[in-house]
Design a protein around this ligand. Structure first.
Ligand SMILES: Cc1cc2nc3c(=O)[nH]c(=O)nc-3n(C[C@H](O)[C@H](O)[C@H](O)COP(=O)(O)OP(=O)(O)OC[C@H]3O[C@@H](n4cnc5c(N)ncnc54)[C@H](O)[C@@H]3O)c2cc1C
Length: 492
């Protein structure tokens, strides 16, 4: 089949009935549920972009194996040009969502591509596992599927490993083997967009200890598999607020969810890893599933930061405050943040690493530097929007106010911006800014940037430890040589 259209995606979604719970109620019609409806349409637009003549050549290619057109997110990059082609795909998707949706299909498609193309290490443990993940990759690629993932255990007692938790099956684990597959029970989080995806893939960060064997799992299932329950968090918009009042929250809400597996059967051909702590701990380092998708996250993060920066600049201009030195200082800082991330991405691509398999990965150090900087730069951009917008952010009238002729004259007079900025223009801009910096929707976007790929503090510690391991500190060593040479220095 190859690349899907938005219509194909929606048809597939309508054909399923996953067990989704939202605010205490079972959602019976995912497509018609107001909280999901607009995000589904936004996702469909991304699938349609793959067929748009303006983008098709840039973001898709012909698969050598099948002869079908597929997304560049499924490309196993072999050189710089491939990384560039993949980057363009990330850019087009991220621009269509202003970088506000982190888990668009390209993200997990890259994860899966990397997992499959580097899966040979699994063969040593069980030849079926590698075979299964490679077959699953083809299934997802050829049907252009949209995945969610849940790789974190529920936040119960983080001081204990999975097998030490109070209840054996709080964390998702294997119950028993059956002739048809593996029976699993327990919870996993934080499956973003899960209600509107096709399938879920489960794996975990390293950190398993002896005794954790039953939790050392990787598998994938259709999202409507019996026994799989999707518990959504509270919605951050009700799906009924107008696009005018909430131009971002009304469109780009990415629902997050805890997945509960109530004795779910995973067919053997969907099991990628099981009952092996060593293999589970090696999944990340051996398959590049941190580094390859960090390329997507970096590109998407750059566009989100650029968007927030543009909002701050336009806000300042609209009320005539961008002539002040303090405001220019703040805005200049944001522009420099954008330039820093842009430069780091280019370095990551130019200095790509060649693997023994012939695959290339964007360089680790600049990608991890992006990972370390964005959780500081993005919140700072939001703070600058709050500082510049100040009280005005809280004073925007609603769509209904503008529609009321009795109020319209007052609104046009008192909500006007600097010369040439009408009340409507100014209010539109301030509402956009408020969605980003004030609404619960915007707070989630902040939390996403901090945590979407793990705890930034531990990630930076790992980065430092790698740096120390691979660095002989030769500059300091050279400077210290002066002590070895002191007897050779001729005295004056
Ligand atoms: C908006 C959003 C969307 C997300 N989407 C997804 C998704 O689609 N799929 C998915 O699988 N995950 C997703 N995540 C989850 C994300 O991977 C986790 O939030 C992240 O890995 C951190 O784990 P945690 O939230 O359980 O925090 P915890 O690990 O519980 O950490 C809580 C605090 O305790 C500290 N801490 C905990 N353990 C230690 C330790 N051992 N040593 C030192 N300090 C420690 C941390 O520094 C942190 O301050 C998402 C998260 C967010 C916020």
């Amino acid at each position: 089949m190859g690349i899907r259209t938005g219509k194909h995606y929606i048809e597939a979604l309508k054909s399923r009935n996953p067990e989704v719970w939202l605010s205490g109620k079972r959602v019976t019609n995912i497509f018609e549920e107001p909280v999901f409806h607009q995000p589904i349409l936004e996702m469909a637009k991304l699938y349609d972009l793959q067929h748009d003549p303006k983008y098709q050549e840039e973001i898709t290619h012909i698969c050598e194996e099948t002869g079908e057109r597929i997304s560049n997110a499924f490309l196993v990059p072999k050189n710089y040009q491939d990384l560039e082609a993949r980057r363009r795909t990330f850019e087009v998707f991220a621009k269509a969502t202003f970088g506000l949706m982190g888990r668009t299909p390209d993200f997990l498609n890259v994860v899966l591509t990397s997992m499959a193309s580097n899966s040979e290490f699994l063969d040593k443990y069980n030849p079926e596992w590698g075979k299964n993940i490679r077959a699953y990759f083809k299934h997802v690629r050829d049907n252009d599927l949209f995945l969610t993932h849940a790789i974190i255990n529920p936040q119960n007692d983080r001081s204990k490993s999975s097998h030490e938790q109070h209840d054996t099956f709080t964390h998702l684990g294997a119950v028993k083997e059956t002739p048809d597959g593996l029976l699993v029970r327990g919870a996993k989080m934080l499956a973003t967009l899960s209600p509107i995806t096709d399938e879920v893939i489960i794996y975990s960060f390293p950190g398993f200890k002896p005794g954790d064997e039953r939790y050392a799992l990787a598998f994938a299932l259709p999202i409507d598999t019996p026994g799989l329950r999707i518990l959504c968090r509270e919605a951050m918009q009700d799906g009924k607020r107008s696009v005018y009042d909430h131009p971002l929250a009304s469109r780009f809400e990415e629902m997050d969810a805890v997945l509960v597996f109530n004795d779910v059967l995973v067919p053997w051909d969907r099991v990628f890893l099981y009952n092996n702590v060593e293999a589970a701990n090696l999944l990340y380092p051996k398959t590049g599933i941190a580094q390859q998708p960090a390329h997507q996250s970096g590109v998407r993060g750059l566009i989100k930061l650029q968007f927030a920066t543009e909002v701050a600049c336009k806000l300042a201009d609209s009320i005539g405050v961008d002539g002040y030195l303090n405001v220019q200082n703040d805005l200049g800082e944001l522009v420099q943040s954008v330039e820093t991330i842009r430069a780091l991405l280019r370095v990551a691509e130019y200095e790509h690493e060649l693997m023994a398999t012939g695959e290339v990965m964007p360089a680790y150090a600049p990608l991890e530097t992006i990972r370390g900087l964005l959780p500081k730069m993005y919140p700072r951009a939001i703070e600058v929007i709050q500082i510049i917008g100040a009280g005005g952010l809280l004073m925007s009238p609603t769509d209904a106010d503008f529609e009321n002729p009795e109020l319209r004259e007052d609104l046009d007079r008192y909500y006007v911006g600097r010369e040439d900025v009408s009340a409507e223009e100014r209010v539109h801009l301030f509402k956009l800014a408020w969605d980003l910096c004030g609404e619960a929707f915007g707070q989630r976007l902040l939390q996403y940037e901090r945590y979407y790929t793990g705890d930034p503090i531990r990630k930076r510690a790992i980065f430092y430890n790698n740096y120390k391991r691979n660095n002989s500190f030769e500059l300091v060593e050279e400077a210290l040589q002066v002590y070895d040479q002191r007897n050779e220095v001729p005295s004056l």
